[in-house]
Write a protein that binds this ligand. Sequence first.
Ligand code: GDP
Length: 472
Amino acid sequence: SELASLMDVSVTQVISTCMTIGIMVSINQRLDAETINLVAEEFGFKTEYVSAEVSQAIEEEDDEPEDLEHRAPIVTVMGHVDHGKTSLLDSIRKANVIAGEAGGITQHIGAYHVTLPDNRKITFLDTPGHEAFTAMRARGAKVTDIAIVIVAADDNVMPQTKEAINHAMAAGVPIVFAINKVDKPTANPDKIKTELAEMNYLVEEWGGQYQSQDISAKKGTGVQELLEKVLLEAELLDLKANPDRPGTGSIIESTLDKGRGYVATMLVSNGTLRMGDIVLAGTSFGKIKAMFNERNQAIEEAGPSEPVLILGLDGAPAAGDTFHVIETEQEAREITTKRKQLQREQGIRTQKLLTLDEVGRRIALGNFQELNVIVKGDVDGSVEALSDSLIKLSTEQIQINVIHKGVGQISESDVSLAAASDAIIIGFQVRPSNMAERMAENEGVDIRKYSIIYDAIEEVKSAMEGMLEPII
Ligand code: GDP
């Protein structure tokens, strides 16, 4: 019926055209893309498809310049493993609790914000590493304003340091370098600065344009100076938002909590989010039942650049999904239903349809091998990050398919899916249920558990190398 009205022909004509190509359809049946193409062609139309996100995007009005106010910069810490990302985030978290403020930052909700003595604020994404940054960017979310790239002064500029720099550059996000571990006797900050200069990143004190600060995340030295430099960078960016409108922003993390239901951490990018608002993110929505800040205090509202944990959604949206406030629950339900439907159809389509040149390539290779994986994790951010990294391990010889991913315990349905598709299950910070574990044993499904993303990636990588045919 929808297709008929788009083409301005009668429904009967569409139905009978479908019959001529051997498909029996009813008036309210949804057609797959191939059928739509064929039918449209019959009537002299060309088809063009827009993605679920685009077709169900929510339009936002632009702000008037006079409504805009300064907002805090949102900062991500990136760098090579063990160079001190976590230590730096911890040190900032501990050192910047304003005197008299009740309680420290007691829980990791994926982001936190600090207020400096002169009342200026900075928001930090509390998931160190560029995996989260990349996963969010892949979903079109530009969450980060400034990147701190941390390099240990007793080491070198490492592959992940370079990657971090490249990710920030690709996203057009300014970098402030933090040269860490200067308390160590073996530290040589100048060596790091030389290595950076060789890569064309000349630090400011040497006449370049990149700010850098020697720090010891462990002792806290230089950390305040680092924050000053971040704020200086933020001033240049002239970050503004309009607090006087409904809140919009991005999902940082979401998870299912036994007692509280779905819990999501959101970062408000514009407007103000309030208790009782109806929020929609991805294919989930709900009325905000409770809001908490990173100090676990109940709050009534959250303005631009403020992270907030909310209760009340009916599902776990993906990290990097944008959220919007919708006027009525009915409207929110309609949008999510449409999005789910489109997602389902597009999911089916991408699984079924192979492009011609892909088929050609597979045949040419002859020894095509696929590795199917199911990824389960405790929070969405890690699931996305891990899945993205695994997919990137794909080579010409072996394709990695993440056939299913999700937040929560490894369930029986995960195991049966794995058995059906010859997949391995990768659990990150989660375990299988007793039933699932028994079932996996019976079926011979391999469940692998990790608590470090890097370990998971390394193991899959070596498994892949073992799978490759030896070169004689
Ligand atoms: P991440 O992998 O980048 O998150 O690194 P971590 O923050 O976990 O730090 C890795 C190791 O380096 C830990 O053992 C830290 O205690 C140590 N470390 C981090 N910062 C410093 C520092 O400023 N000085 C010294 N001496 N050790 C540090």
